[in-house]
Design a protein around this ligand. Structure first.
Ligand code: F3S
Ligand code: F3S
Length: 112
């Protein structure tokens, strides 16, 4: 699957959102997150990001920081986010939930 990494933090350009055919890129507070279960690996988003934040998870091997974002992207959907009772899960489209306005604890605390 494709993953959004550190470069998106505090940028959130959103160009990726416009090209995703399955609307599986969800906007948090400081960054956006791709739902790995909903992503069909089309790759359309990757070249659209002006800060090269998007990468393929298998390319994260051996790269400690990218690996952290692979796990964090899963956590965004599977763990309860601050202020929310239940995990987001797989909503089936970012448009149905809107901007979440919240990040994982890791991203909330992230400092470059
Ligand atoms: Fe969408 Fe990018 Fe996956 S465009 S389907 S998130 S590879
Ligand atoms: Fe972030 Fe790049 Fe998309 S900055 S919101 S991954 S276009």
């Amino acid at each position: 699957s494709y993953v959004i990494g550190a470069n998106c933090i505090d940028v959130t350009d959103r160009a990726c959102l416009d090209v995703c055919p399955v609307d599986c890129i969800y906007v948090g507070e400081r960054k956006s997150y791709i739902n790995a279960n909903e992503c069909i690996d089309c790759g359309a988003c990757e070249p659209e990001c002006p800060v090269d934040a998007i990468f393929v998870d298998r390319n994260a091997r051996g790269d400690a920081e990218k690996t952290v974002f692979v796990g964090d992207s899963i956590a965004f959907f599977t763990e309860s986010l601050p202020g929310r009772d239940a995990p987001l899960g797989d909503p089936g489209g970012a448009g149905s939930v809107g901007d979440l306005g919240v990040d994982t604890e890791f991203v909330t605390a992230y400092q470059a």
